[in-house]
Design a protein around this ligand. Structure first.
Ligand SMILES: *Cc1c(COP(=O)(O)O)cnc(C)c1O
Length: 223
């Protein structure tokens, strides 16, 4: 594993994808997903210029956060969060990417000591194994969600099936983008809905074509 080479390559490939999509240079933020590596490796990655760190589990999030808290990073919790764990982690989180139920939103409302930026996770591909709201479910819940003023609903997050073809990826990401725009136009309280969290190591290119503003990249940094 050569972190320096991998990091340069990831940033280069993302920059190419942004250009090919005809978008502004700085319109996509790269979150380095450090769940595969220890604190030392994550720290070495930060020395390479990474500014956004993502973890999918609360315990690993807190380990990295406490070890690297002096480095002025932006912290993303990207994985499923159990309600009973909200209390111990939520106030350290800059962006939470996996808000997938009204009950979880209510728990965040109760526990957060400041307004937390959250992505609503949607299950556009309708895979059984994936978390997230269906489109219909989410649209029905918007009035109740938008009343929770300790949450800033910055955008939507989605994950595509592992085996999806490039064409299928484009369809899933496009549909997510359309839903984001639809919600944005409602101008609900606490719901700017300007962002899209989509794209991982194997599908960031398609996600960037469909307007992603945060890509979550793990494997490509650490192979
Ligand atoms: C692990 C993970 C990623 C990163 O996936 P890679 O394929 O390793 O780039 C992105 N998002 C979530 C929610 C993850 O759990």
């Amino acid at each position: 594993m050569n972190l320096k080479e991998n990091t340069n390559l990831v940033f280069q490939q993302i920059s190419n994808a942004v250009q090919e999509a005809g978008r502004e240079n700085d319109s996509v933020s790269v979150i380095a997903v450090t769940k595969y590596v220890d604190v030392e490796t994550a720290s070495a990655l930060v020395s390479q210029g990474v500014q956004h760190i993502g973890e999918n589990r609360v315990d690993k999030f807190l380990d990295k956060y406490h070890a690297l808290s002096d480095k002025n990073l932006t912290w993303h919790l990207i994985g499923t969060l159990q309600r009973r764990k909200v209390k111990e982690v939520i106030s350290y989180v800059d962006y939470f990417h996996a808000l997938d139920s009204l009950k979880l939103a209510q728990e965040i409302q109760k526990r957060a000591d400041h307004k937390i930026k959250c992505f609503l996770q949607v299950n556009i591909s309708k895979e059984e194994s994936k978390h997230g709201f269906s489109k219909e479910e989410l649209l029905a819940l918007l009035p109740e969600l938008s009343e929770l003023d300790q949450i800033e609903y910055v955008g939507l997050m989605t994950m595509a099936p592992f085996e999806a073809t490039s064409q299928e990826l484009l369809e899933i990401f496009k549909e997510t983008q359309e839903l984001q725009k639809n919600i944005q136009e409602k101008h609900l309280p606490n719901m700017p809905m300007t962002e899209l969290s989509m794209g991982m190591s194997r599908d960031f290119k398609e996600a960037i074509q469909c307007g992603s503003t945060f890509v979550r990249i793990g494997t490509a940094f650490f192979k």
